[in-house]
Design a protein around this ligand. Structure first.
Ligand code: CLF
Ligand code: SF4
Length: 515
């Protein structure tokens, strides 16, 4: 049987909603002064009810995403709208990077896959349905999948992502199936803006176009959001930043969704490579630069929690957000696997992960205390090569992404990531690739790695990015703060002059499986 949701009493619910409304975001600029959503130090000022929902959800807590994994099952092929940044040959681009194709599953195959992944990756805590079309345009398959998973893997959080058109009609079922996390992609609250993003929607057996289509979509999205938050379901809003179309407007979207109780806002860059065959890709619509994206996220930070660690992952993604282990769990492989669901082993493993996480937080706090009293306006970005667990544990040449931290006397704040092609191919460094890596982290003053060869070290230094390998396998934030303290000391002594860096590029290509 499906575990039915236990509705909070109305007074409990009101209290939780009040606490959510009062939680003012986590930024250091204009926010509450915390470093990241859910607080890098743990629960922070989050109400316990909400902390329990986010503490091991890798998308709803930046801090959790270093330690806990999610998986998607691609059970929902159909879609009921058209977005100009989507080519329906590929996965839904609202919750995935354009240009990737996922292996579609039946609900029964999906349930088996979840058990298989949960056995191999015990830190996998969340199951999401995010495509390859819109989950709520495929309600029978979507809810059947959730039902089966609730039966076989009761400790796994259920998560859903939708364009929101069908949401008002299905909120009751979402609550009934105990789906605690819902993402709605909201790119506009003005239908005139929406008409430039959505050529049509299909609603109530009829196709609508232009401003009318965008108006209906927007009404459904906002009403659906209100209905979900009224029921205490945690909502994240995804928005695709499309320069010249909705970039300025997203500040208004941010206010609109905050006022309706959204917990988190995830502004993602438009990916519009011509080879993806989307309207925007073919008409030359560009995506934002790294600095443009960060500036908009910073502008919205004072209003509510901003997600900056989204990897725009595929509809069959498996693993930590920065990795893709989907190729290990193809249907053929899963059907051949003999798996059992060991709840106790999963709990034990997750408790060990929690200990490691607490050790990391304590190390960071200790280092931060040493910065207290240091007066400096200097703030800069650094890049980090990591395989997860909050450690500097990746070789420069093997990094498929770099995590970006902003350092200041307030602390080390995660502000994003930059996906890159691996520099080291078959044992040799690729000079062309190195140039693209440098462009991707060009706004950073230093790059922290577990190991790095002589050639890339020299090229990075020449480009003004300091390669730092002395903190191999140590905690990221603590190490970055130690290095930053040394940097400030050199600036103070006149040994170096602090200079701002330039902009950086966001990689346009699709995520390639890490197989
Ligand atoms: Fe999946 Fe989305 Fe749930 Fe996360 S993803 S349905 S909330 S479990 Fe996460 Fe992936 Fe970004 Fe989505 S990194 S694309 S935000
Ligand atoms: Fe594509 Fe998703 Fe938009 Fe549907 S909602 S058109 S699948 S991006």
């Amino acid at each position: 049987m499906v575990e039915m949701i236990t509705q909070n009493s109305s007074s409990d619910l009101e209290q939780v909603m009040q606490q959510m409304a009062e939680h003012k975001g986590c930024g250091t600029s204009g926010g509450s002064g915390k470093a990241s959503c859910g607080s890098a130090a743990g629960q922070g000022d989050l109400p316990t009810e909400i902390w329990e929902k986010v503490k091991n959800h890798p998308c709803y807590s930046e801090e959790a995403h270093h330690h806990f994994a999610r998986m998607h099952v691609a059970v929902a092929p159909a879609c009921n709208i058209q977005c100009n940044y989507c080519n329906r040959k590929y996965d839904c681009a609202n919750e995935s990077r354009p240009g990737v194709v996922s292996e579609k599953l039946t609900p029964e195959q999906a349930a088996k896959k979840v058990v298989a992944v949960a056995s191999v990756i015990p830190q996998m805590t969340v199951l999401g349905i995010a495509g390859p079309g819109d989950p709520l345009a495929n309600p029978a398959k979507t809810f059947r999948t959730f039902e089966l998973i609730a039966q076989t893997a009761p400790d796994i959080k259920l998560c859903l992502s939708t364009n929101g058109l069908a949401l008002p009609d299905l909120v009751e079922r979402i609550a009934q199936y105990n789906i605690d996390h819902v993402t709605i992609t909201i790119n506009m609250v003005d239908p005139e803006v929406g008409a430039k993003i959505y050529p049509w929607i299909f609603w109530d057996h009829k196709r609508y176009t232009g401003v009318e289509a965008a108006r209906i979509l927007s009404e459904h999205q906002l009403r659906g959001l209100e209905m979900l938050t009224e029921r205490g379901i945690l909502c994240k809003v995804n928005s695709v930043m499309i320069p010249g179309i909705n970039d300025k407007h997203l500040v208004e979207v941010n206010k609109a969704v905050k006022s309706r109780g959204a917990f988190l806002h995830n502004i993602m860059p438009l990916i519009s490579a011509p080879e993806h065959g989307t309207v925007f890709g073919l008409n030359g619509q560009r995506g934002p630069s790294a600095q443009e994206l960060k500036a908009l996220q910073d502008e919205c930070q004072g209003e509510m929690n901003m997600m900056r660690h989204c990897r725009q992952c595929r509809a069959d993604a498996v693993g930590l957000l920065g990795e893709d282990r989907s190729a290990e769990f193809t249907t053929d492989k899963i059907m051949a696997m003999d798996v059992s669901y060991d709840l106790e082993a999963r709990r034990t493993y997750q408790a060990a992960v929690e200990d490691e996480r607490q050790a990391k937080v304590a190390a960071k706090q200790e280092e931060l205390a040493k910065l207290a009293g240091v007066n400096s306006e200097v703030s800069l970005l650094v890049a980090v090569a990591t395989k997860g667990s909050g450690l500097i544990n990746e070789h420069f040449g093997h990094a498929k992404e770099f995590q970006i931290y902003e350092l200041s006397t307030v602390g080390a704040k995660f502000v994003g990531h930059r996906r890159v092609d691996m520099y080291c191919q078959g044992g040799y460094g690729e000079e062309d690739t190195l140039e693209t890596v440098i462009r991707a982290i060009n706004d950073c003053h230093a790059v922290f790695v577990a190991k790095i060869g002589g050639c890339p070290k020299a090229d990075l230094t020449a480009a003004g990015i300091e390669p730092v390998d002395e903190y191999a396998h140590e905690f990221i934030e603590k190490s970055a703060l130690v290095w930053f303290k040394g940097y400030l000391a050199k600036v103070a002594s006149g040994e170096i002059t602090h200079q701002a860096r330039g902009d950086a590029q966001i990689r346009q290509g699709a995520i390639i499986s890490a197989a």
